[in-house]
Write a protein that binds this ligand. Structure first.
Ligand SMILES: [Zn+2]
Length: 68
């Protein structure tokens, strides 16, 4: 497990948020990310003040293609 800074994407009340530069333990085998309790608290605190985002992204939304 190494600590890396990642972009953490999270849905809150049907809205998608991206929190940038979050320190996370990243598993080198499967890529799974784990946050310390302190970082989790900082993410929650950041989301509680989400009314003035740094920037807003346009995200493509796709419909799953039918089976062929
Ligand atoms: Zn793993």
């Amino acid at each position: 497990m190494g600590v890396k800074r990642i972009n953490h994407d999270v849905w809150v009340n049907r809205k998608l948020f991206v929190v940038q530069d979050v320190p996370a333990e990243v598993c080198e085998r499967c890529g799974e990310t784990v946050f310390t309790p302190q970082i989790t608290e900082r993410i929650l605190s950041t989301l509680r003040r989400s009314d003035s985002p740094k920037k807003t992204l346009k995200v493509p939304v796709l419909r799953l293609r039918p089976a062929v």
